[in-house]
Write a protein that binds this ligand. Structure first.
Ligand SMILES: *Cc1c(COP(=O)(O)O)cnc(C)c1O
Length: 373
């Protein structure tokens, strides 16, 4: 039968009809930029994330660049970021003219390592640091990161592209941030019908700055108080995300249920399945396991042959990317990020995956471990 790594077209009954009706209505009125859908979405996102203000933008990478620019990071500033993340985190630092320094991962939660980070802060004296809530959970030391950055006067930017719906100490993970971002790339937990992103803040002046930068540095229609760019989220994307929010609890629950099944069943099979730290409720963004490298290669060949999708999130650390060489100043910590890259294997996980699909995946893993295939 085969199972895709992710299937984003399993819409709820009535969803596509509602979307098509929206597109027809908005097209008839040429409602393409700004307007009620964008304003409503920003309000709903702030309610959902427990942050005071949301500024929508064109994509998650822009959200990071807007956050960096808005807090004053620019040419020559030092910025710390995890060595294990999606490349956009690294790109954003370079694109605003700053110097990237990577920090190794911790093998327990697979997030940035706090001790290596603390050492890097003292050595590099960064203007800002990025923390990434990776895999649908976050660092067990998140409260310590926030406290340390505050104490040292370092702005902490939280890349929450993968963490929409995650709870930390019983609250949305974004809630305690200085500034956080997310992405509505279609394969994320809350996806658009194309690209989209958002910046979350708790401070009006910072929100105004982000909004100004995302709209050509505008202070009036033809008055430009800064050099920004065009990173507005268009109205159709906002409308699609609003419709997605109407169904978000069901989608989230489905992801979380499958994530929990994997934890239970894979652990019973002796697989090194990674569970989130105690303070978190994960959003089921992805399943994360570690297999010894040669074993992983064998299992991947079987999964390919049987038509089961899989991922390696991520197959390479930032510091090993060819594109990093020219910009990377230094990497802190050991080689855990490399260790994770060479052993990580992600099994299919998406909303409304079926019992039949799950059983097929599990039986293939089970047979592989018992040497039957
Ligand atoms: C997806 C992602 C981004 C980039 O988001 P886009 O909307 O694709 O630009 C940034 N950081 C992380 C951790 C991501 O997973």
């Amino acid at each position: 039968m085969g199972v895709p790594f992710i299937d984003i077209k399993r819409f709820e009954p009535g969803f596509l009809e509602a979307w098509n009706a929206k597109v027809a209505e908005m097209s008839k009125n040429a409602q393409f930029i700004g307007g009620a859908e964008v304003a409503t979405l920003e309000k709903r996102l702030s309610e959902y994330t427990g942050t005071a203000l949301t500024v929508s933008c064109a994509n998650g990478t822009d959200a990071l660049q807007l956050a960096l620019r808005a807090v004053g990071v620019g040419a020559g500033d030092n910025v710390l970021l995890p060595d294990s993340t999606f490349w956009a985190t690294f790109e954003a630092v370079v694109n605003v003219g700053a110097n990237p320094y990577t920090v190794d991962s911790n093998m327990t939660d697979l997030q940035m390592d706090f001790d290596a980070f603390a050492k890097a802060i003292d050595e590099v004296k960064p203007k800002a640091a990025m923390i990434v809530h990776l895999y649908g959970w976050g660092s067990s030391r998140l409260a310590d990161y926030r406290a340390l950055c505050k104490q040292k006067g370092v702005v902490l930017i939280e890349d929450g592209a993968q963490s929409f719906g995650v709870k930390y100490k019983g609250e949305p993970v974004y809630k305690g941030c200085q500034i956080a971002t997310t992405s509505f790339y279609p394969a994320k937990v809350l996806g658009a019908a194309g690209d989209g992103g958002a910046v979350f803040v708790n401070d009006q002046a910072l929100a105004d700055k982000v909004r100004m930068l995302a709209n050509h540095g505008r202070t009036t229609h033809y008055g430009h108080g800064a050099v920004g760019w065009n990173s507005r989220m268009d109205s159709l994307q906002a409308a699609f995300v609003n419709l997605g929010l109407d169904h978000f609890e069901a989608r989230l629950k489905s992801r979380q249920d499958w994530a929990a099944r994997y934890h239970k069943d894979l652990r019973a099979l002796g697989v090194n399945d990674i569970t989130p730290p105690a303070d978190y409720v994960e959003n089921g963004y992805c399943n994360v396991t570690l297999f010894e490298n040669s074993k992983r290669t064998k299992l991947e060949a079987i999964l390919k042959e049987k038509g089961i999708g899989f991922g390696n999130i991520y197959p390479g650390a930032m510091s090993d990317q060819p594109g990093a060489k020219e910009f990377l100043k230094k990497r802190f910590g050991g080689n855990n990020a490399q260790q994770v890259s060479s052993t990580v294997l992600n099994f299919p996980l998406f909303p409304y995956m079926t019992e039949t699909e799950y059983k097929e995946i599990l039986s293939i893993i089970e047979n592989f471990l018992s040497g039957k295939n």
